[in-house]
Design a protein around this ligand. Structure first.
Ligand code: UP5
Ligand code: MG
Length: 190
C-alpha cells in the first residue's frame, strides 16, 4: 500500500553492552521511540498473558523467544506509538528473527548500531546493576553470552556484509560512547 514505512534502527550488542542506556540518550536527542524487545517481553510476562510462562522460562534460560511472539509485540508498539522512527533494541537475535521480521513487516533497517564490548566488562556491569532481573545471575549470564556468540553475532555479520553496521567501542564511559553514537544520527554537513 501507499503508507510510508517507518524508519528503523536495530540496536545490537551483547548482554550488558549498554543498548538500553544509549537508546535513552538517542531518544532524548533525536526523537526516536525506543522499543526494547526484552522490555516488551518482560511486560508481557507481568501482564499475565497466556504466553507469559513460556516467555519467563525462555528468558530464565537465556533462550530466544519464538519470533512470532516478539514480532507481534514490536508491531503493536510501533502502531501504538504514533511516531515514525524507532530504535529496536535487542532484536533481531538470530537469523530466523531477522528473516521473519523482514518478511512480516517488509521493513529493512536504515542501519544497525552495534555495541562492541568485552565479555568481562559486560559481566561486571550486569552483576552490579541490581534491577532484580531473573536472568542477571552468573549461570544465566553465561548462557546469554553463548547464545549471543552463536546466534546473534551472525546477524551483525549479515548486516555488516551489506555495509549497514555502525560499530561503537562500548567499553568506554557512557558519555564517550554517546559522542560516537551521535555521529551516526547527525546528518553530515556538506
Ligand atoms: N552501563 C551501560 N553503559 C555503560 C558504560 N559505557 N560504562 C559503564 N557502565 C555502563 O547496561 C547494563 C548496565 O551497565 C547498567 O547498569 C548500565 O548502567 C551500565 P544496559 O544499558 O542495561 O545494557 P543492555 O545492553 O541493554 O543490557 P541487557 O541486559 O538489557 O541486554 P540483553 O541483550 O541481555 O537483554 P534483553 O532485555 O535485550 O534480553 C533479555 C532476554 O530476553 C534474552 O536473553 C532473551 O531470552 C529474551 N529476548 C528474546 O527472546 N528475544 C528478543 O528479541 C529480545 C530478548
Ligand atoms: Mg537492555
Amino acid at each position: 500500500d501507499a503508507e510510508k514505512k517507518p524508519t528503523v534502527v536495530f540496536v545490537l550488542g551483547g548482554p550488558g553492552s549498554g543498548k538500553g542506556t544509549q537508546c535513552a540518550n538517542i531518544v532524548e536527542h533525536f526523537g526516536y521511540t525506543h522499543l526494547s524487545a526484552g522490555d516488551l517481553l518482560r511486560a508481557e510476562i507481568k501482564s499475565g498473558s497466556e504466553n507469559g510462562t513460556m516467555i519467563q522460562n525462555m528468558i530464565k534460560e537465556g533462550k530466544i523467544v519464538p519470533s512470532e511472539v516478539t514480532i507481534k509485540l514490536l508491531q503493536k508498539a510501533i502502531q501504538d506509538s504514533g511516531n515514525d522512527k524507532f530504535l529496536i533494541d535487542g532484536f533481531p537475535r538470530n537469523e530466523e528473527n531477522r528473516a521473519a521480521f523482514e518478511a512480516v513487516t517488509k521493513i529493512e533497517p536504515a542501519f544497525v548500531l552495534f555495541f562492541d564490548c568485552p565479555e568481562e566488562e559486560m559481566e561486571r556491569r550486569i552483576l552490579t546493576r541490581n534491577q532484580g532481573r531473573e536472568d542477571d545471575n552468573i549461570e544465566t549470564i553465561r548462557k546469554r553470552f553463548k547464545v549471543f556468540l552463536e546466534s546473534s553475532l551472525p546477524v551483525v555479520e549479515y548486516y555488516d556484509s551489506k555495509g549497514k553496521v555502525r560499530k561503537v567501542d562500548a567499553a568506554k564511559p557512557v558519555e564517550e560512547v554517546f559522542e560516537t553514537v551521535k555521529t551516526f544520527f547527525t546528518p553530515k554537513e556538506e
